[in-house]
Ligand binder design. Sequence first.
Ligand SMILES: Cc1ncc(COP(=O)(O)O)c(C=O)c1O
Length: 348
Amino acid sequence: MTLRMKPVGKLDDMPRTSLMSGETPLEDMPNLTRHIGTARLLVKRDDLTGLAFGGNKVRQLEYYMGEAMAQDADTILITGAVQSNFVRLAAASARKKGMECHVQLEDRVPKNDPTYKNSGNVLIDKMLGATLYSYPDGEDEAGADAHLGELADGLRKTGKKPYVIHLSPGHAPLGALGYVDAAREVLSQCENEGIELDEVVLASGSGHTHGGMLFGLRALGCPVRVTGICVRRKADDQRMRISNRCREIAELLEMDPVVDEGDIILSDEYLGPGYGRMNEQVLDAMRQAAESEGLITDPVYTAKAMCGFLERAKAAKKEQTLLFIHTGGTPAIFAYERELGTAFGTQG
Ligand SMILES: Cc1ncc(COP(=O)(O)O)c(C=O)c1O
């Protein structure tokens, strides 16, 4: 049996629907590899998952939308930051499956810039015809979810059948299943190319990507180091979240726990001034990725993860191979036009 088909608990029995265009490329980064001068550096192009500018959330939504369809829902209801990629992709997935989408946008980033509030992901949400609501407190996950419950009740009263995608802990981590499956995809690509990985580096936010990838790799017997770069909260809080996610995934897939506490490696060194806010180091990482590989990273997630990846790469040995998971987020660069325009502006 090929690795791609290898069963991981009940993974292949879970409700799922197709949203991806197919496998995403696993590519070498030869210029960055030469520039850093240590290990072989690779990138998994999950920015190219195919739907509405792509990103990691497409993999996660295959499982949420699968359950929504199994429940015969006609509306998707979700909450996220104003520039949420998850919200954008939930709206696109809903449209692709013939549903409506209602979204609650949380004021998580202290910014009064009209471009931030209207461009990038918000513009795409509007193009997709999503109904937008706002929630004033972006740090109150439980409160945002409770308000989502009220919105769902309101939709039911008008005869709709909403499927709610929650953000706070305590809900089945269906999104993480997308990354348990992605672990299978990465390992089968590596097997076909004769690649042995020493480390995987990725952004760690809600923890579905990090938890799912780590669980999937361990479930398939792969001991590779997985380094999560914190983008939302400090490492100690995030460690608890990833540990819980991994336990919940095991329960969902009816498997023994395969992730040890020591497997959960996090760095909050690049969190900078906080969620959705950048500093010089983040801008430098964006510049390096773009100028060395033509790779566009975003200021909220992937450029911060790239900061961590570059540091890990500098400390690596020549014979090692490091993989960066590019989780997408590209449309957000247009919302940060003011800062990015100033940082990258050139004079003719
Ligand atoms: C582009 C991008 N990368 C990474 C993440 C973090 O993924 P997760 O929430 O699964 O930890 C997100 C989350 O919204 C994202 O939009």
